[in-house]
Design a protein around this ligand. Structure first.
Ligand code: PMP
Ligand code: GLU
Length: 397
């Protein structure tokens, strides 16, 4: 008997976390797996941030914080938004959560009524449509293939908007494609939104600092957009702090207040010690952020060069984040050792079990022709992973 709620039954598990788990299981059985599945920096958290956390423990930051986060952290985020993004917010317009993941979900839950439509450009991060479904909303997927560098056009946005559209989720730099919207592209999307004032924008900027083409641009910087944009960001990617679980939103006060009310009923403020660490991340030296960015860029160059040499892969050059998302559909219909590859998920499983490289099939990102590889790993791992992938693919007939 299935006693679970319809809400839960209709939810798909996170494919990124599932693949990472599968890779860990194989590793535990002694298989030498190279894990390009989960997306997280392989660097350790910078020392000055760890020191701030140790100090916070000694200074007894051990009690509940305000639901939206300590004022000192929110003030540090206000300063970050002003200095790095030229955006003015009050501390009351910031709400911190257990990672950017919760920040996105909180925002969706406070905005979306059952039946409301949320535009989700594809390829998308696996969790967006599932979060919309949790809110009983309807994800409206707008596909953008490799031929348009995985970015939606203003005409596509216009065509997707209906009177039921509540929000657009825009992720730039993008997980899983690495595509980055330029200031001009954001302005062109904003020009469409200007005609549809009921549509809010959830701007997921968690990869802001992992950008290889210059300055980060936020749609909130386009005149008229700040009042209807909720920026989502956090320390996970820029500061190599995925496990500390601190994300935030910056947005209109009515949304932030609603998020605080929601969060006050189901998680309260995020971990006190992690908040002090995040404060140090925002107020301390930014040198490690740039060092890590440069390392990611070197690895991007390496994996792009190697992947372009893989027969049958169509590769674009990611402009940010740390993912490569090659089109691999030329392998569909081929077989090896009695197993037939019908989808990119089959291909990911084949590469894991035969090539011992963990990637994530594109289906859960809304792009079934592609496969995602995280290159947040060492040069040696990248070289060896692509060698194994090439070997395994060569066996497919
Ligand atoms: N948004 C995107 C696009 C992501 O890739 C991730 C990955 N973790 C998140 C949000 C969530 O980040 P966090 O670890 O801060 O919850
Ligand atoms: N965002 C990362 C990824 O896409 C971490 C896993 C997750 O939260 O989905 O791999």
């Amino acid at each position: 008997m299935n006693q679970l709620s319809d809400r839960l039954n209709s939810l798909s598990p996170s494919a990124t976390l599932a693949m990472s788990q599968k890779s860990a299981e194989l590793k535990a059985q002694g298989v030498d797996v190279i894990n390009l599945s989960v997306g997280e920096p392989d660097f350790n958290t910078p020392d000055h941030i760890k020191e701030a956390a140790k100090k916070a423990i000694d200074e007894n930051y051990s009690r509940y914080s305000p639901v939206s986060g300590y004022p000192a952290l929110r003030n540090a985020i206000v300063a970050k938004l002003k200095n790095e993004n030229g955006l003015e917010y009050a501390a009351t317009q910031i709400s911190c959560a257990n990672g950017a993941k919760q920040s996105v979900c909180n925002t969706i839950l406070v905005l979306v009524n059952p039946g409301d439509e949320v535009i989700v450009p594809a390829p998308y991060w696996v969790s967006y449509p599932e979060m919309v479904k949790l809110a009983e909303g309807v994800p409206v997927v707008v596909p953008a293939g490799i031929e348009q560098n995985f970015k939606i056009t203003p005409a596509q946005l216009e065509a997707a908007i209906t009177p039921k559209t509540k929000a657009l989720i825009l992720c730039s730099p993008s997980n899983p494609t690495g595509s980055v919207y330029s200031a001009e592209e954001l302005a062109a999307l904003a020009a469409v939104l200007e005609k549809h004032p009921q549509v809010m924008v959830i701007a997921d900027e968690i990869y802001e600092h992992i950008n290889y083409i210059g300055r980060h641009h936020s749609i909130a910087q386009v005149p008229g957009m700040k009042e209807r944009t909720i920026i989502v960001n956090g320390v996970s990617k820029a500061y190599a702090m995925t496990g500390w679980r601190i994300g935030f939103i910056a947005g209109p006060e009515w949304v932030v207040k609603a998020v605080n009310k929601l969060q006050g009923q189901y998680t309260s403020g995020p971990c006190s010690v992690s908040q002090k660490a995040a404060e140090a991340a925002y107020t301390g030296t930014q040198a490690p952020v740039e060092e890590m960015r440069q390392a990611f860029q070197r690895r991007r160059d390496l994996i792009v060069k190697l992947a372009k040499e893989v027969p049958g892969f169509e590769v674009n050059v990611p402009e940010g984040a740390f993912y490569l998302f090659p089109k691999c559909s030329s392998y569909f219909g081929k077989s090896a050792d009695g197993r037939k590859i019908e989808t990119s998920d089959d291909l990911a499983m084949y590469l894991l079990e035969v090539g011992h490289v963990a990637c994530v099939g594109g289906t859960s990102f809304g792009a079934p022709d592609c496969i995602r590889m995280s290159y947040a790993t060492s040069d040696e791992n990248i070289v060896e992973a692509i060698r194994r992938i090439k070997d395994a693919l060569a066996r497919l007939q």
